[in-house]
Design a protein around this ligand. Structure first.
Ligand code: NDP
Length: 255
């Protein structure tokens, strides 16, 4: 018989769970049977999502943290293992995109992208590694997963996106290096690289940049967060023998 809850008895930590791709992924992994740990700064949002998941028969724990703070990031991993006893899956979805003319760009926007997209992901992954190796060794599934949400901007550089490109190329490169390093220890590392997804990501940009981008993509039917969540679910519910290293997903009409 088909197992409808392949992640039963596993714990999945999802960053960026207050919005967009992370939120949809947390819902989806909970539906696959995982106990989900919801991480983001906005406590009210993750509390609400945890409540929704529990009401639907799932298990969830909301842990607010600013992942740019290495101690706070390690703290959510430690609290996960302390309260739930294990960690099998990490989905690093927290991120910011602040594009625009490099000569005019405020330096703090560049720093924020490096701090969240790259350093935040490194902080969480570093703290999680020993627990993932342990889960892959001791769990009945004999496998653990890290799925990093990079971007098509992690494969192709474009103008006005130098630092976003740099962070996402960095995520893609680190993920491939970790994949090789941990393959023989049954910890799979995957990168999911979406094109345009309808989320709050665009809303954080300065108005002129946002308006230019909205005009440029006005006739594109954007992906939905659930489209990405489905890709993540495919990766992490794959049987132990199958490691999905990389998935690129674009809206059909995005060139
Ligand atoms: P959203 O803006 O909807 O979500 C971003 C998430 O990141 C929020 O949950 C936010 O939570 C969290 N976050 C931001 N800063 C921090 C921080 N300092 N500490 C902890 N959490 C933080 O965007 P998306 O869902 O679209 O983005 C998710 C990922 O997908 C990002 O990495 C993005 O680069 C990538 N991506 C998105 C695409 C798109 O078109 N939308 C395309 C390709 C890739 P909070 O504010 O509560 O802390």
């Amino acid at each position: 018989m088909l197992d409808t809850t392949p992640l039963r008895s596993t714990v999945a930590l999802v960053t960026g769970a207050s919005s967009g791709i992370g939120q949809a992924t947390a819902r989806r992994l909970a539906a696959e049977g995982a106990t989900v740990v919801l991480v983001a700064r906005r406590q009210d949002r993750i509390d609400l999502l945890a409540k929704e998941i529990v009401e639907q028969g799932g298990d969830a724990l909301a842990l607010a943290a600013d992942l740019t703070d290495a101690v706070a990031a390690a703290g959510v991993v430690a609290a996960t293992v302390e309260q739930l006893g294990r960690l099998d899956t990490v989905v690093n979805a927290a991120g910011v995109m602040l594009l625009g003319d490099s000569a005019q760009a405020p330096l703090h926007e560049w720093q924020q992208m490096v701090d969240v997209n790259l350093k935040g992901l490194l902080h969480v992954t570093k703290a999680a590694l020993p627990h993932l190796v342990d889960a892959a060794t001791t769990s009945p599934r004999q496998v653990a997963d890290v799925v990093n949400i990079s971007s098509i901007a992690g494969r192709f550089a474009i103008p006005n996106a130098a630092v976003y490109n740099a962070t996402k190329f960095g995520v893609t490169a680190a993920t491939e290096s970790w994949r090789q390093e941990f393959a023989r220890r049954n910890v799979r590392f995957s990168v999911v690289e979406p094109g345009l997804v309808e989320t709050e990501l665009m809303s954080h940009q300065q108005a002129p940049v946002r308006e230019r981008m909205e005009a440029r993509f006005a006739d594109v039917e954007q992906l939905r967060p659930d489209d990405i969540a489905e890709a993540v679910a495919y990766v992490v519910t794959s049987p132990r023998r199958r490691a999905v290293a990389e998935i690129v997903i674009r809206p059909t009409d995005q060139v």
